[in-house]
Design a protein around this ligand. Structure first.
Ligand code: ADP
Length: 430
């Protein structure tokens, strides 16, 4: 029976949205992820919707406008609590966008208090005395200080958040969090009395996240990475359950499209080939020439796939070594190379679905974005996790339903491209 939407989530990027959706499903919520704010009301009976925006590094005003539009849609679906999700390394520019979006959402929700914490201990993100650790080192020593778009040079999140906000920012430290719900609530009240409107929260363990979760029950807005989400389903009486991740039965042919050149993806490609399974390496050079040579590569790849698909899963990849990637980029430009290959793989994904592929794995964050767009996918039901952070999803594509797994570069075990299909058949067999 349909019930009102419990959690309405706004994520500032695509793979981050999937990460959050995955955590919610693991905690028993039935979740749909949408690509952008949907134009029409929610058609599915689910506990949470995660709207994936691409607002992390765009201009502040645009990020605020898009987030408010997402909020309005979620409110129209009756969402009982709003969750603004950002990266577990608090990726933001000097201008924001975490602070300004948080304040705009607070204003729209008429709320005078929220929290902010990217803590996700399972992924090595802990916050201690307001300082974010990535594994064993502070954020600003983790490599994130060199990020091309969002260099993070200060691990003190109270200071970082304060620099992006008008409102006063404070701290709920680990000592408070470790004492549980009642003490956290007291601290929230004390901070509010001091005029503090946003509190960075320490969390060192999943137990901290669960204690924090219960204390956040009455907040209309929570802002966090994906970790805090683990403590929220309990507030709605929802317990972890395999029911939450049930997807329609797997059908159709099986294919993998890989545009990621990460170490993990390289190993996954090698593993697939070592099993004697059919794999086709795309030659990127003709893709960068004229339209006719580009189209010839795409057509040849699909013809090749058509001759193998009936017998087994197939892999089509542009995955290459860092040296090969660098050489190509030096000759043709980083952006041009990236876009052309993404487009080619997206056209191939489209062609594969036309050939009857109903189970598709895409490797690469940007590559996934291009494929989802080419397939006309606007929303996905989130299923069981294959490996941490990568669930199977089910989407309506142009010609029917398709199971799709979007693997960002460094995720997944070596045998991912093989085990994911086995897992899907087992999970959806009934
Ligand atoms: P990841 O998640 O590993 O970062 P992405 O798909 O986000 O993967 O990014 C990989 C980028 O590399 C894409 O823009 C893709 O088009 C590009 N690319 C893929 N294959 C090659 C190649 N052989 N040479 C150069 N660039 C490539």
């Amino acid at each position: 029976m349909a019930h009102p939407l419990r959690l309405g989530c706004i994520a500032d990027d695509f793979t981050g949205a999937t990460d959050l959706a995955n955590n919610l499903v693991r905690c028993g919520m039935r979740v749909v992820q949408t690509i952008g704010t949907p134009p029409s009301p929610l058609a599915a009976d689910v506990d949470a919707v995660v709207i994936a925006l691409k607002s992390r590094t765009i201009a502040v005003d645009d990020a605020v406008a898009q987030s408010l539009q997402a909020l309005a849609w979620l409110q129209a679906q009756g969402a009982q609590q709003i969750y603004f999700k950002y990266c577990s390394t608090f990726d933001s520019t000097a201008q924001g966008n975490i602070g300004p979006v948080t304040e705009a959402l607070m204003q729209a929700l008429h709320t005078d208090f929220t929290i902010a914490t990217p803590a996700f201990p399972d992924n090595g993100r802990t916050v201690f005395k307001g300082h974010l650790f990535v594994g064993d080192v502070l954020l600003n020593e983790s490599g994130m200080q060199h990020h091309p778009l969002t260099p993070m040079t200060d691990a003190n999140l109270v200071r970082v958040m304060q620099s992006q906000c008008q409102a006063k920012v404070g701290l709920i430290d680990f000592n408070t969090v470790s004492q549980g719900e009642a003490v956290i609530r007291q601290r929230i009240q004390a901070l509010k009395n001091e005029g503090i409107r946003i509190a960075v929260v320490d969390a060192l363990s999943n137990d901290d996240l669960m204690r924090l979760g219960s204390a956040l029950k009455d907040l209309s807005l929570v802002t966090a990475g994906s970790g805090v989400a683990m403590g929220l389903p309990q507030n709605f009486g929802i317990q972890p359950s395999a029911q939450a991740s049930i997807l329609p039965a797997a059908q159709g042919l099986q294919a993998v499209v890989a545009g990621s050149c990460s170490n993990a993806t390289q190993q996954q490609v090698a593993f697939f080939k070592a099993q004697g399974l059919p794999a086709l390496a795309l030659d990127p050079v003709p893709l960068l020439k004229d339209k006719a040579s580009y189209q010839a590569v795409v057509d040849a790849a699909l013809q090749w796939a058509a001759s193998h698909l009936a017998q087994s899963s197939v892999l089509i990849y542009s995955t290459a070594t860092p040296e090969a990637v660098k050489a190509l980029q030096a000759q043709h430009g980083v952006q041009h190379v990236g876009e052309r290959i993404e487009q080619a793989l997206a056209s191939i994904a489209q062609g594969l679905v036309r050939l009857g592929v109903g189970q598709l794995i895409v490797a690469g964050g940007e590559t996934s974005g291009a494929c989802v767009q080419a397939l006309g996918i606007t929303q996905m039901h989130i299923g069981a996790q294959i490996d941490p952070g990568v669930p199977w999803c089910h989407a309506q594509a142009a010609n029917g339903g398709v199971h799709i797994a979007l693997k960002s570069g460094n995720f997944g075990s070596e045998d991912f491209f093989v085990k994911a299909f086995t897992q899907l058949s087992n999970a959806t067999a009934s």
